[in-house]
Design a protein around this ligand. Structure first.
Ligand SMILES: [Zn+2]
Length: 216
């Protein structure tokens, strides 16, 4: 096994533990993947708690969804299709994370996008977080619902379901999930104390201009 594959296997397990310990997923929910080469990804297996992943459990799949390598008893996530859509559409993206973080999922169930520009870091690093239309898990409906946002966003709420984030590597995809949930949590808390106050437009413009400085 080459070092890149070893590194990615360990990184995915580490991210799984973080998602689990931060209460972003329950039981066997959620899935994580990373691009290994142009046409090959590593994905978490179905029906396994991502808090207890081990490197050998990850499954190697090509971008057509065919299993290339899997330890006995392990099959790719049933939600791998939404990961594959991102890798197929966006060659520069190398990591995808799906979770059900509670604050973000509450907004997804309510049907409200997280589009208030409240904090400098959020405006620079992630911008507004749209709501992708509801689809039945494991069908093409969720991948199809992502299409309007591909190439424009790196984080979306999945209506009545959870959240999906992606990035130029799997750690960036995971950090986008943290950013998304943090935005949802802050929106919830500020509403408990009278409601959020957005930054004025000229301040938002200043932050948007800073994105390239932060590599965004
Ligand atoms: Zn899900």
């Amino acid at each position: 096994m080459d070092t890149l594959e070893q590194k990615l296997r360990l990184q995915i397990c580490d991210i799984g533990r973080n998602l689990f310990n931060k209460d972003f997923i329950a039981a066997n929910d959620g899935n994580i993947s990373a691009r290994l080469s142009e046409n090959v990804i590593l994905t978490t297996p179905r029906a396994v708690s991502k808090g207890y992943l081990e490197p050998h459990m990850l499954v190697k799949v090509n971008l057509q969804g065919e299993v290339l390598e899997a330890a006995e008893g392990y099959r790719p996530s049933t939600e791998a299709k939404m990961h594959l859509r991102i890798y197929n559409e966006l060659p520069e993206m190398k990591g995808v994370v799906h979770a059900h973080p509670p604050y973000a999922t509450a907004f997804a169930i309510k049907g409200e996008a997280l589009d208030k520009m409240m904090m400098p870091e959020s405006v620079i690093m992630i911008g507004d977080i749209p709501l992708a239309e509801y689809g039945t898990p494991s069908t093409e409906e969720i991948p199809d619902s992502l299409m309007p946002f591909l190439g424009k966003k790196t984080a979306v709420l999945l209506e009545n379901h959870g959240a999906l984030t992606w990035g130029e590597d799997v750690m960036e995809a995971y950090l986008n999930m943290e950013r998304l949930e943090y935005t949802a949590k802050l929106t919830f808390i500020t509403r408990m104390i009278g409601g959020e106050r957005e930054l004025p437009q000229h301040r938002i413009d200043e932050l948007v201009a800073l994105r390239s400085f932060y590599g965004k």
